[in-house]
Design a protein around this ligand. Structure first.
Ligand code: GTP
Length: 334
């Protein structure tokens, strides 16, 4: 079975980290997000993953030079220009010659869903497409999906007002599709699957959906990216990964609490690091205090950062104290 993984977004919400590394290649507990996701696809019997790349294929080619990720062969489908979600799925599926039931996943989600159960649900329903749904606490911020007792989608309600719907489940970004869905997407056209193709399938009564309570997170925002890392080291998920990456240098007097330290990162003497992710290659100077922050670049000695995101090219000067900052600021970054 093929799976198409959408990795062509701009990742604007996670800037400045995504200015240098595409979101699916950012590590989550020192394993690239894409590897977590493809390992899950492999466990469900996927034999080839088609990467739907909207622009800049080079970082992906460099990350997987032998064309294999988590033991699964990769097929690269690079759009001539970003085609939005439906356009990208159709371009990638045609490029790889997909002619049977296939899985689609957004490249910026992590979940513990057993994908084979979603495929089985899809086949039992004889659906043209099947969505995975996940519950959210505050549906007013999302596009909510209403389903009937038999598991067929009835309606999408975008950012519902109080009382507008009783549903609290949203599109979780994983789909099982029949190749006939491709006939709904004209070749080379920019089109959204969520806003155009799925509503048309609801009108035809061919879109099913399966809600589950499995662990699920959209890693596309700084606080959710941070959370997805910490969830993998503290037992929130079924797996627990090591919190310190290979060849990281952590000084004996540094105190690290509930944090992930990336490969080859340097943490100097007297640092206090709490609830944070220090990404591969980052350099944290002496006596720095980091709390709830994401750091890719360099932080000078005696600084303190709370709720900050520091990009790869950034250098925070010694003795700088920042709260809620992004460096460089996404609007100023080239
Ligand atoms: P933001 O810019 O922060 O909103 O992130 P994003 O660009 O990744 O957007 P969004 O989260 O809405 O995208 C959902 C999924 O579709 C992600 O996995 C994106 O990588 C992917 N995606 C969005 N647009 C395109 C596109 O034009 N081409 C391809 N190949 N993938 C896309």
């Amino acid at each position: 079975m093929h799976a198409v993984v959408l990795v062509g977004g701009f990742g604007t919400r996670l800037r400045p980290l995504t200015l240098t590394t595409p979101k699916p290649l950012l590590p989550i507990a020192n394993v690239r997000q894409l590897e977590h996701l493809i390992a899950n696809l492999g466990a469900a019997g996927v034999t080839e993953v088609v990467l739907a790349i909207g622009f800049k294929p080079e970082p992906f080619l460099q990350a997987f030079p032998d064309g294999v990720c988590a033991g699964i062969p990769l097929h690269y489908a690079v759009e001539p220009e970003p085609l939005d979600t439906a356009g990208a799925i159709a371009f990638a599926a045609r490029h790889a010659g997909v002619s049977d039931t296939f899985i689609v996943m957004n490249g910026d989600i992590l979940c513990d869903l057993d994908l084979s159960s979603l495929v089985a649900f899809h086949k039992e329903h004889g659906a043209e497409g099947t969505l995975h749904l996940t519950p959210v606490d505050d549906p007013s911020q999302y596009g909510v999906v209403e389903i009937n007792d038999a598991g067929w989608v009835q309606r999408f309600v975008e950012k519902p007002q109080p009382g507008e719907t009783t549903s609290n489940v949203v599109n979780a970004g994983t789909y099982v599709l029949e190749p006939s869905v491709l006939n709904r997407i004209p070749e080379g056209e920019r089109m959204s699957i969520e806003r155009v193709v799925f509503p048309a399938m609801v009108a035809d009564g061919t879109l099913a959906a399966m809600p589950t309570n499995d662990y699920w997170i959209d890693t596309g925002l700084p606080h959710t990216y941070l959370q997805s890392n910490l969830d993998l080291i503290d037992g929130t998920r079924t797996r627990i990964l090591a919190s310190v990456g290979a060849h990281a240098h952590v000084h004996a007097t540094a105190s690290i609490t509930h944090s992930v330290i990336g490969e080859n990162a340097i943490i100097e003497d007297g640092c206090v690091i709490i609830d944070s992710v220090v990404l591969p290659g980052a350099h944290i100077g002496s006596r720095v205090r980091l709390e709830k922050s994401l750091v890719m670049g360099t932080v000078g000695s005696d600084s303190s950062l709370l709720n900050c995101v520091i990009g790869a090219d950034a250098q925070v000067m010694p003795n700088t104290h920042l709260i809620d900052a992004r460096v460089p600021h996404p609007d100023e970054a080239k």
